[in-house]
Write a protein that binds this ligand. Structure first.
Ligand code: NCN
Ligand code: DMD
Length: 338
């Protein structure tokens, strides 16, 4: 971080000057793709995924060390009674992840994905966004920097997920600030809010965006005022992956809101990312459309924890394996089209 200046200064430069894709690696992958023993284009989106891997990793498509990073945070806004589950569940689920008892553990085991859990000051919930900033600029920048360290152990495919009671309201507030519309367009049930709980959730999101309205033209201000620690860390991790040539799979509604901050700051910021799965949270598809993306999967899940991204990692692994392992027409002695 800067010794002088504001904590966001370095991030503003980083986000502005992001590296582009690897032109030579993409050309090489396209050339090989044309030689593989299949009718041209017949692997559909798998071929696009292989080209995306080449472009953003700068190498022949390969997924040998996939990693799911789950960031956990707690939220001051949860005190408004906007969730059916108590805030203690964030810490309890972190312990469940560590013990191997959550859905994400089983999906990671199924597809041989690494899993790292990052809990972010769970005893210190963010400020209540209806009437104060979620994070100071210093805390937000430090948490983004912490998120950047998620890839420090090395990976070649990063899946981004989260855990945090109350964070679907926070994601809704970010989307309302970035894209406008009505709070009702962005607030959904999350873990199952309905009736009066859902009404309070809608009211809290409205109030939060109204309270901060004079400061929301700057995406990093949206992040620190309306976001949360896991959201800031996810944004940092996505940025670090771009710098280190690591393709990224984004999970559900909440992870997409973290990504949306970066896209709002630089329209090219998510070119190294795919959305793994469209969540059952009603606003997710609308948010994905704002990013100009098409999700890989639609399984009706609405869990978070990185589960949608992790399931999509199985598809990305298969795309890389097809690209690198299939025989060419020449190798297999199969006649190509004339
Ligand atoms: O990301 C999603 O699509 C998603 C949709 C519904 C629920 N969640 C998860 O549920 C928690 C937030 O829900 P809530 O109702 O507490 O705001 C948090 O731990 C998320 O990981 C996540
Ligand atoms: C039990 C439980 C598990 C979760 N995983 C992600 N968000 C969650 C929310 C709850 C309530």
């Amino acid at each position: 971080m800067s010794v002088t200046g504001l904590p966001f200064d370095d991030f503003r430069i980083l986000i502005r000057d992001l590296p582009g894709h690897d032109v030579a690696a993409l050309a090489a992958a396209r050339a090989r793709n044309r030689q593989l023993t299949k009718p041209e284009g017949s692997l559909g989106r798998l071929e696009e995924i292989a080209m995306w891997l080449a472009a953003w990793s700068g190498r022949t498509p390969a997924v040998n060390r996939p990693l799911v990073a789950v960031f956990a945070g707690n939220h001051g806004v949860a005190r408004h009674g906007i969730t059916p589950y108590p805030v203690e569940v964030t810490q309890q689920m972190v312990e469940n992840f560590a013990a191997g008892g959550a859905a994400i553990n089983q999906i990671c085991a199924t597809y041989d994905l690494g899993l790292k859990i990052f809990d972010l000051a769970l005893d210190y919930p963010t400020g209540d966004i209806t009437c104060e900033e979620a994070l100071s600029e210093r805390d937000c920048a430090a948490t983004m920097a912490f998120g950047m360290e998620a890839i420090a152990g090395g990976t070649d495919l990063l899946c981004i997920g989260e855990m945090g009671i109350g964070n679907t309201a926070v994601a809704a507030a970010i989307n309302l600030a970035l894209y406008g519309g009505e709070a009702e367009d962005w607030v959904g049930p999350g873990t199952g809010s309905h009736g009066e709980v859902l009404e309070r959730k809608i009211a809290a999101v409205k109030q939060a965006v109204a309270f901060h309205k004079d400061h929301l033209s700057d995406p990093l201000e949206v992040l620190r005022r309306l976001g949360g620690r896991e959201i800031a860390a996810m944004a940092g991790a996505i940025l670090a992956a771009r710098m280190e040539k690591i393709p990224v799979l984004i999970d559900g509604y909440v992870a997409t809101a973290a990504a949306a901050i970066l896209k709002a700051a630089n329209p090219a910021a998510l070119d190294h990312c795919l959305i793994g799965h469209v969540s059952g949270e009603p606003g997710h598809m609308r948010a994905i459309e704002q990013l100009g993306k098409t999700p890989l999967l639609a399984l009706g899940m609405r869990l978070g924890e990185g589960t949608g991204a992790a399931l999509a990692a199985g598809i990305v692994k298969a795309a890389a394996a097809c690209h690198s392992g299939m025989a060419t027409f020449e190798q297999a002695g199969v006649a190509n089209k004339g």
